[in-house]
Write a protein that binds this ligand. Structure first.
Ligand code: NAD
Length: 436
């Protein structure tokens, strides 16, 4: 379903009229394409407080010129050294003069320290937490398709894949996020052009919608993709798999032995496991029969727990493997008529946070989740007109995201160089006004 309002506001009369009426002003977002793989313009590197980060070599490798020219495409503010209210003022002093000049669809990335590093210093804890309110507020006011995110880190090279993602058109619909990155940098050389070459990725629910886009994006990054979907969707799964030179697997993920069957199907192991399959069966709790509750919890949460456990127990995930599950902002903010869906998706966040450290220690596998907001798919096209319009506009970018936005975020989490990103739930929601 095309976003006609977005097209209308891109015309001169549309812009004039909607401005006069005080209506939302969505800007067409610049997304990744082979012709335009990076942002256009320079990168401005600013600092607040005294920093210990060795950021310059990592920023130099993003490919964006660090020449300090006017109208930067991206600004990185290193605020890891902010320790008190006086040095917090340097955040204002650094960004106040430049924020207006950041190009349309540009990026502001603020770097902060991990909060546990400030656990015994309440002044430092206060101002490091203050960065979250700062970033989320700037994200809501900056406009023109620009995004603002906060990365908490201690080691710049461990965060290279994250910085490259946030400083590229791939992160077009990710804004207002706080992403924690650990200290372990990638081992060996990284192929930034084809990072998943020689790796196998399994995408559940890959026959259409977001799953199809994830399959496409992982294949673009070099993976052999296995498209898993229910037997009724086998023809679509085969069509997607053939296009991507991958393979299809017709399997209902709720089958009790789904994990065993996947492991049998892929005896050489899996590098990237994407739990994307999901369903909705909306009703208010008063009208919700147990069957609707059970089917949603089974597809969206129980099958994710079961197959993850089975595949980890069998050693089917290779060392350096990646698990990316799919939450939803409905699970973080709650949604009327979706007690079942909200519960299942909040459950994904709980699973990720608990399993992540153990899966990394025991199997060398990271576990993260994407939490999509309003994404333009068949699922959201079926939503009644006015609710759909509200869903599209109620975010800082004033538009719905595309399946590829979730796919790009998934590809960043699946990246071999993203081993230091673990236990994160990253919203792909254009900074939805719902939820935290
Ligand atoms: P979709 O309905 O278009 O696609 C879901 C796919 O999962 C389908 O191909 C379906 O056949 C498959 N599937 C369903 N049950 C399955 C099962 N038991 N076994 C195997 N495959 C199964 O949905 P979508 O909009 O692409 O959503 C993908 C994921 O993103 C879901 O987890 C959804 O909850 C989540 N999500 C979507 C949005 C959105 O705005 N579209 C927002 C938040 C979260």
């Amino acid at each position: 379903m095309a976003d006609r309002y977005l097209s209308f506001t891109a015309t001169a009369p549309g812009r004039f009229l909607t401005r006069r009426l005080g209506l939302p002003q969505p800007a067409a977002l610049r997304r990744w394409s082979p012709e335009h793989p990076s942002l256009t313009g320079s990168l401005l590197h600013l600092t607040a407080g005294t920093t210990a980060l060795d950021l310059a070599p990592v920023l130099a490798r993003t490919g964006l010129p660090l020449d300090g020219s006017a109208d930067p495409a991206a600004v990185v503010l290193d605020a890891t050294g902010v320790r008190d209210v006086e040095t917090l003022a340097e955040v204002h002093a650094a960004l106040h003069p430049v924020v207006r000049s950041v190009a349309a669809s540009g990026r502001v990335v603020v770097l902060g320290s991990p909060l546990d590093a400030a656990a015994d210093d309440h002044h430092r804890a206060a101002v490091q937490q203050a960065l979250e309110g700062f970033v989320r507020s700037l994200g809501k006011e900056i406009g023109r398709g620009r995004t603002v995110n906060l990365v908490r880190l201690t080691d710049a090279s461990a965060a290279e894949s994250t910085l490259r993602f946030l400083l590229s058109p791939r992160s077009a619909y990710v804004s207002g996020q706080v992403i924690g990155v650990g200290a372990e940098g990638p081992e060996g050389t990284v192929d930034w052009a084809l990072p998943l070459a020689g790796r196998t990725a399994l995408v559940t629910g890959g026959a259409r919608g977001i799953g199809e886009a994830v399959a496409e994006t992982l294949a673009r990054d070099g993976a052999h993709v296995v498209v898993l979907d229910i037997p009724q969707a086998e023809a679509d799964a085969r069509r997607v798999a053939e296009r991507l030179c991958g393979s299809a697997l017709a399997l209902d993920i709720t089958a009790a032995d789904a994990g065993e069957r996947i492991a049998a199907e892929l005896p050489d192991g899996i590098d990237v496991l994407i739990h994307n399959a999901g369903i909705t069966r909306d009703r208010r709790l008063v009208n919700m029969p147990a069957e609707r509750w059970g089917s949603v919890l089974d597809v969206n949460l129980a099958s994710v727990l079961r197959t993850t456990d089975a595949l980890l127990a069998k050693g089917a995930l290779r060392t350096g493997g990646r698990i990316v599950a799919t939450a939803s902002i409905a699970g973080l903010a709650g949604n009327a008529g979706q007690t079942n869906y909200g519960a299942s998706k909040a459950g994904i966040a709980g699973l990720v946070r608990s399993l992540a450290p153990r899966a990394l220690a025991g199997h060398g596998v990271t576990v993260n989740a994407v939490a999509p907001g309003f994404i333009e798919t068949k699922m959201t096209a079926a939503v009644p007109l006015f609710i759909r319009e509200a869903g599209r506009r109620m975010n800082s970018l004033a538009q719905g995201g595309l399946p590829v936005d979730v796919a790009e975020t998934t590809a960043w989490l699946a990246h071999p160089a993203s081993g230091a990103v673990n236990g994160q739930v990253v919203r792909v929601c254009g900074q939805s006004l719902l939820g935290a």
